[in-house]
Design a protein around this ligand. Structure first.
Ligand SMILES: Cc1cc2nc3c(=O)[nH]c(=O)nc-3n(C[C@H](O)[C@H](O)[C@H](O)COP(=O)(O)OP(=O)(O)OC[C@H]3O[C@@H](n4cnc5c(N)ncnc54)[C@H](O)[C@@H]3O)c2cc1C
Length: 299
């Protein structure tokens, strides 16, 4: 059973279907890729590709294979004699092996309507993905000072105009970080505690604690994320300090028979990385299960 139908889950389903394994893909339809407006770092897509187009292409590819798909939320993962049992839409389903491709959930700023601002490229969650498209633009990072500073410094490679708007006190910055920000000309301000963001056409206006505000071409929340690792955590699977699943070179978690791939795994959170994980994890699962030789053709 594959839990999670983003790029990782769908790629693993493709591989396992082609290994002629019996697969159930369970997904509740909230892939982060859904909000990727136009990815320009997906290998082979010279014109760029939207996350929705990519997900639809994966769906179309899977339709050629006998992959059972179920829309719903998987809850209550437990170990059973022959493998695992999972509750999906109040039904208990069994599987020999489980792949968790459940992604992460970004913590969002206080701002509505959220998704249109992401699709329009104003609210951005991934400097690795679209820093290049932000070159020479006015960019702002919002979040707890020390944590968000890393993202602001990363963005400094793309533009000279970077502001760090802190959700805590600006003097929560360590001396070393404050010095590096100053040396690179990153402005540091404190974010207004309420209604910090406002859309004005194709800009986002950021309000400061001091009462003034500033318009930006792009705002990057650095408010953290919650990995979809709770199901595995309940079985004692090891996670890192951020809550992402720790896996070995076969993408096996510390719980035998339970594998993981994509954003939920401790790694950089990219589509190309997620599909790479999925290829390895699917092959490990196939090789870990009893061989299922193709039936002999009738004489
Ligand atoms: C705005 C934005 C832009 C991005 N742009 C790019 C880009 O340009 N290039 C790039 O490489 N990456 C980009 N990313 C990152 C990329 O989207 C992720 O790295 C990728 O989607 C990870 O794939 P995944 O399959 O691991 O997780 P997801 O795509 O998040 O899929 C996880 C799936 O699991 C489902 N799920 C979770 N828990 C359960 C459960 N208990 N039961 C059932 N289903 C469950 C979710 O609903 C979801 O469908 C972007 C992300 C965002 C937010």
């Amino acid at each position: 059973m594959i839990i999670g139908g983003g790029p990782a889950g769908k790629t693993a389903a493709l591989y396992l279907a082609r290994y002629r394994r019996r697969i159930l893909l369970v997904d509740d339809g909230d892939s982060r890729a859904r909000l990727a407006p136009h990815s320009h770092n997906y290998p082979g897509a010279s014109e760029g590709v939207s996350g929705q187009t990519l997900l639809a292409a994966l769906d179309a590819q899977l339709r050629a294979y006998p992959v059972e798909m179920r829309r719903g939320l998987a809850t209550e993962l437990s170990r059973e004699e022959a493998g695992f049992a999972v509750t999906v839409n109040d039904r208990r389903l069994a599987a020999r092996s489980i792949l968790l491709a459940t992604g992460i959930k970004d913590h969002r700023p206080e701002f509505e309507p959220h998704d249109p601002a992401v699709i329009d490229g104003l609210l951005r969650y991934c400097p690795i993905c679209d820093g290049y498209e932000g070159r020479d633009q006015r960019l702002c990072v919002i979040g707890p000072a020390e944590k968000a500073a890393g993202k602001a410094l990363f963005l400094r490679s793309f533009t000279a105009s970077v502001t760090l708007a802190t959700t805590d006190a600006a003097d929560a910055l360590s001396e070393a970080t404050a010095r590096e920000l100053a040396e690179l000309g990153v402005a540091v301000r404190e974010l207004a505690p309420t209604r910090p963001l406002l859309r004005r056409g194709n800009t986002l206006v950021v309000s400061y604690r001091t009462g003034d505000s500033e318009a930006f071409d792009g705002v990057y929340p650095a408010l953290g994320a919650t990995p979809g690792s709770a199901l595995a955590g309940a079985l004692g699977a090891e996670v890192d300090e951020a809550g992402c699943l720790l896996v070995d070179e076969r993408y096996a978690t510390s719980v035998p028979g339970l594998y993981a791939a994509g954003d939920v795994v401790s790694d950089i959170h990219q589509i190309s990385v997620a599909i790479g994980h999925a290829a390895v994890a699917a092959t490990s699962i196939h090789n870990s299960l009893p061989r299922a030789p193709a039936p002999q053709p009738p004489l």
